[in-house]
Design a protein around this ligand. Sequence first.
Ligand code: MGD
Ligand code: MGD
Ligand code: SF4
Ligand code: MO
Length: 897
Amino acid sequence: MNMQAPLQVSVRTTCPYCGVGCGVLARPDGLGGAEISGDPDHPANFGKLCSKGSALGETLGLATRLLHPIVRDTEGKLQRASWDAALDKVANGFKATIEQHGPDAVAFYLSGQLLTEDYYVANKLMKGFIGSANVDTNSRLCMASSVAAHRRAFGADTVPGSYEDFDEADLIVLVGSNAAWCHPVLFRRMMESRSKRGTRLVVIDPRRTATAEEADLFLAIAPGMDTVLFSGLLADLADCHTLDFAYISAHTEGFEQALARARQIAPSLESVALQTGLSRKDILTFYEIFRTTKRVVTAFSQGVNQSAQGTDKANAIINCHLATGRIGRAGMGPFSLTGQPNAMGGREVGGLANQLAAHMNFVPADIDRVGRFWNASAMAKREGLKAVQMFEAIERGEIKALWVMATNPAASLPRAAAVADALRKLDLFVVSENVIANDTVASGAHILLPAAAWGEKDGTVTNSERRISRQRAFLSVPGEAKPDWKIVSDVARRMGFEQAFSYSSAADIFREHAALSAFENEETRDFDIGALKKIDDEAYDALEPVIWPRRLKDEQPKTRFFENGGYYTANGRAKFVAPETPKLQGETSEEFPLRLNTGRIRDQWHTMTRTGLSPRLGQHLPEPFVEVNPGDARRFSLTDYAFARVRSAHGAAIFRVKIDEGQRAGSLFVPIHWSRTNTSMTRPGDLVAAATDPFSGQPEAKATAVTIEAVGFASFGFVIACKPFSLPESSYWTRVTLEGGEGALFAGNDGLAVWREYAARNREPSTEIIEYDDEKRGVYRVAHIAGTRLTFSLFVGSAESHMTWDAVRQMLSRQRIETKDRKLFLSGKNANGLPDTGPVVCACFGVGLHAIRDAIETKNTHTVEQIGVLLRAGTNCGSCKPELKRILQDVRTPQTV
Ligand SMILES: Nc1nc2c(c(=O)[nH]1)N[C@H]1C(S)=C(S)[C@@H](COP(=O)(O)OP(=O)(O)OC[C@H]3O[C@@H](n4cnc5c(=O)[nH]c(N)nc54)[C@H](O)[C@@H]3O)O[C@H]1N2
Ligand SMILES: Nc1nc2c(c(=O)[nH]1)N[C@H]1C(S)=C(S)[C@@H](COP(=O)(O)OP(=O)(O)OC[C@H]3O[C@@H](n4cnc5c(=O)[nH]c(N)nc54)[C@H](O)[C@@H]3O)O[C@H]1N2
Ligand code: SF4
Ligand SMILES: [Mo]
């Protein structure tokens, strides 16, 4: 291998993770990798990247990639196939199902991680040519409630503001958003506003998150009760005469009814306090700051959307902005934060089953218009099934053929185990994927189509502020992979729709998409990028990030909507929506007395098919855990760092217990990222109920009734190896990618004999063995060494045996195992001089907890900035700054015993 290959020129592209949509500079190293940095000229991030974005270079390897089409043969075995054979099978399979059972017997399940161009063609094929609207997307689990709320209030799915509003706001209210971890670069921007203009931050979340740590006011709201809080706010604004009657009367309707309903839901301060679990003082403080600050942005995310009353929650927030005229002006507005990199683009192309392309709807005029534009042979006439219903129809055998693209429903949908079972019933089950293994592929997929991945494909994505950016290829496409738009077009042509799918590039599709947005629009629809409909290939390649709308006739494109009304409702007025009194679906009971909240951690992305490949990102929180309030831990006899089984009416999963004061009593929190692909017993989706919002169809992923019980394992340990390995099925385990190989943390009830035999089986010939065996204490440690390098290590023992994990995993990447390293295997103790820095806090520079605590305790360190100077922690992406602050507080606060 030529390690000296010269670096090539940087390519400007966009991060494939969250909806902040940061610009990335990727400089290929000529060896299949690339050097990654932030694009200083991109207006979403001005050069900053968070820990996930910075680690993108570690996720480009091909070890887990699907590189060739694969087809299940008649005996059920997956076999490599040619593209021709695979595409014929897909096209003929869909055709046969449609002929026999009608178009509604087929479905596509898409993703906010597709590029706009991919999304556009898939939606066009289903809604314009197959003749069904059974095309839905994982945005149903993500943005659907915001979409429904926007449409109810504004008559269109419009996010009115832009990121500049966070720079110009004096108050930012974050509702159900852990932006410090989930939108880190935007969160840093909010923090900059605080230092520049004193912007205050209110965080509304049932648990004390990293975001809450930064808040001026943190409101630990009872789950699901946001509508009460915002109804109380609307009533308070009215009582204190802070309404903008000029705006209300000129541009809105329905105010009186909405206010009357708000007063019903929140009749008094006492009632709001009782329902939300907040103190009267905190509620009053929040109302007062909101009342007295003109420039307010209220940003919301999954704590609002993923709820059986998510649409009402979003409308209750929007009501307060409409009533104060704080919308569409500098530093003001309701702001729905999008999750995935192209959640917004998916909405533009009408990827949801109840939408048509280019923000059109299932109404006769729009159906006719889109049909004419596409020259559609079979235009869908009515809405299709929304994700949860779609998979229920698969369960019932009504949908017989399914194509999943760029999402992992067997892990991420509610009742995931039931979804995985339902998938096995399909006559035809096609998956377009980057990876060869995930829970969906493992649920009996018949045809696997290798899709080009980030870095290999070209197209556009739209971020939370409606900014369209280019994703550009900077690597060659490996194996036989193809871009998703190409795969879909190839199938469409084989189904007989040659003319409508004769695209030769992503730019071709983009031009058509832009043209449709402007087609018979005349400013009747918000989404219009007509100015780009004639963009040539060269200009498309060079396209600078641009916020929509970009109408053909615009001389000065505007970046905000609705300052002076101009809503997309029939009469041009915004609608105040009177929400229902909120109530969580699914009662708690004696059997299931707790509520399960689910969400994200800082350094992992969804089901880890990409972030899971980065050793750096795997260090922060390597194992699935459940956060438990200390009182609940006592009640359920749980100890910190031991294991517990969480169980609901739908399934069970095992987690390591993390007792945390910030966790709400009566409620548990688990991260969503682990699945059956990287653990043996932990798939959080199995637990989640499928209760949905009546307007958006979005499932309530944050409040399933559950119970928890301690699980007593006899032994605990870990395996670390330079090569992939498998583990006994009987034990609980979690895999972690490490520098120089792979690791797994495990717990189980197997005796030492099983592990001795396991280690022997995994021994490479002629490796040296260092071994410590103590049957009486149940401790067994072994290391295999080839020359000077560690190739395999197994530790089994009591719970503390995990403590040495960090020390041993670091040996794997070292060229030479020293004598003092060897002592660790024999003594089980950290030998002097071992760089055991503890669990990693700063992923960018690999700075661990012990090192940070040590710096605080011994080096007279008092601020996050000082830690940065000493250890570099927090000085790159800044994502860990909230944790650094918490560690500082921990160490500096005298312990009371
Ligand atoms: N690191 C990382 N970042 C990501 C992602 C990732 O996988 N990893 N995924 C991206 C995607 S697709 C999305 S959608 C976003 C999601 O971004 P967020 O919505 O910020 O993330 P979540 O952790 O799902 O949930 C946010 C918070 O909602 C709170 N919550 C639960 N119930 C309620 C409630 O009733 N009321 C209120 N007010 N809050 C509640 C939870 O406690 C949680 O802290 O993140 C994006 N960014
Ligand atoms: N309980 C609970 N469940 C949740 C949530 C929650 O908070 N709680 N959050 C929900 C939300 S907001 C979301 S967005 C979903 C996310 O859930 P999923 O979308 O199911 O999760 P990902 O792991 O992102 O799956 C994306 C898949 O697409 C593949 N992929 C990536 N890029 C491409 C590409 O360009 N082409 C193709 N063909 N494949 C590609 C990846 O390898 C991966 O397997 O989870 C939802 N589920
Ligand atoms: S904030 Fe992080 S994950 Fe989100 S787009 Fe920017 S670099 Fe990517
Ligand atoms: Mo999402």
